[in-house]
Write a protein of this length. Structure first.
Ligand code: FES
Length: 109
């Protein structure tokens, strides 16, 4: 199956475009595999470390959806929380509908 395009803006302003991100994996896994700066994924996607914190671009928020209760509890620990669009990208599983998804990597803790 053809992958999708995702764009992650690093803290240095560099936009990392990944053109063939696999459907069914998390945005964290894709970002880490591509060496996107600031996507560490220390807990391996367990929603407990918040080292995969991103801000979802306004035009994508509705399609990505809100965090669940477990993710909200983990997001509560971060110091750069943006109520409107913070997400842990290990909890964003890529689907065909997310083709073109754009996020900005949150500053390091
Ligand atoms: S990888 Fe740890 S919370 Fe996302």
């Amino acid at each position: 199956m053809r992958g999708i395009r995702v764009v992650l803006i690093q803290n240095d302003g560099v936009a990392r475009t990944i053109d063939n991100a696999a459907i069914g994996v998390s945005l964290m896994e894709v970002g880490r595999a591509e060496g996107v700066d600031g996507i560490l994924g220390d807990c391996g996607g367990g929603c407990s470390c918040a080292t995969c914190h991103v801000y979802v671009d306004a035009e994508w928020q509705q399609r990505v959806g809100p965090p669940d209760d477990v993710e909200i509890a983990t997001l509560d620990m971060v110091s750069h929380l943006q109520q409107s669009n913070s997400r842990l990208c290990c909890q964003i599983v890529l689907t065909p509908e997310l083709d073109g998804l754009k996020v900005t990597v949150a500053p390091a803790e």
